[in-house]
Design a protein around this ligand. Structure first.
Ligand code: ATP
Length: 216
């Protein structure tokens, strides 16, 4: 059985915090495969019209091209419509019937989790890893006791052996990455022309943004 991570998000654009999360979590949890899963359109950010899914996908491919452990899944964008995680997870599990799937989110997404479709079902049926984010408190006050009991708090830990045959799913909390970088800030800086060569973007992604005149 392989342990496969899926990291959902808009990745508009992919930045250094996303890549640090992918690399650190792959080390800590010994994932066999780590896949970025760009959304066609983020369902819980209805006001935001993201950059074309193809541009976001291309930037992820450029950012991960040099790392054999990191992959980009076109699963959601291929369907060319809003997708909900509660529907996507069973589809991914069906693609990997002998493996175990882990879904990665940041602390801000965890704070908003009750806005996600069928959030209770999702949290009771999915192995998730929640990554700390500066300025966002990682707590469990907003979820039910049944969900709270699934939390495995790994903050402070630098290695963890995922159980091979767990009887139920878990919600792992980790503070292995503490980066304040945000795509919203990067987009604003690019639009304002504040960042000509942004620090928080891989060079290939910065070049791509310039070439295709994104965020101008
Ligand atoms: P935005 O600023 O537009 O919300 P973002 O930087 O959060 O964008 P997303 O593509 O929305 O980027 O993020 C995908 C996932 O990565 C989300 O679950 C988000 O919580 C997580 N994430 C993004 N940046 C960080 C960070 N600095 N630390 C921890 N998690 C993060």
């Amino acid at each position: 059985m392989k342990h496969i991570a899926y990291f959902g998000g808009t990745f508009d654009p992919v930045h250094s915090a996303h890549l640090s999360i992918a690399r650190r979590l792959t080390e800590i949890f010994s994932f066999d495969r780590f896949c970025f899963l760009p959304a066609f359109h983020a369902p819980h950010k209805p006001d935001q019209v993201p950059t074309s899914a193809l541009h976001r996908y291309a930037m992820l491919c450029l950012a991960t091209a040099g790392d054999a452990r990191l992959f980009v899944s076109s699963h959601e964008i291929d369907q060319r419509e809003k997708r909900y995680t509660i529907n996507t997870i069973p589809e991914l599990c069906a693609q990997h019937p002998d493996d175990r799937i882990y879904f990665i989110i940041g602390a801000d997404s965890w704070a908003d989790i009750k806005t996600w479709r069928q959030w209770e079902d999702l949290l009771l049926t999915t192995d998730m890893i929640v990554v700390s984010r500066p300025g966002v408190e990682l707590h469990t006050d907003h979820v039910t006791d049944e969900i709270r009991e699934r939390v495995v708090d790994l903050r402070g830990e630098t290695a963890f052996r995922l159980p091979a045959e767990p009887s139920q799913t878990s919600l792992y909390f980790t503070d292995a990455v503490r980066s304040p970088v945000s795509a919203t800030q990067i987009r604003a800086d690019l639009t304002d022309g504040v960042l000509d060569e942004p620090d928080h973007l891989p060079q290939e992604v910065a070049n791509y943004i310039k070439k295709y005149e994104l965020y101008t």
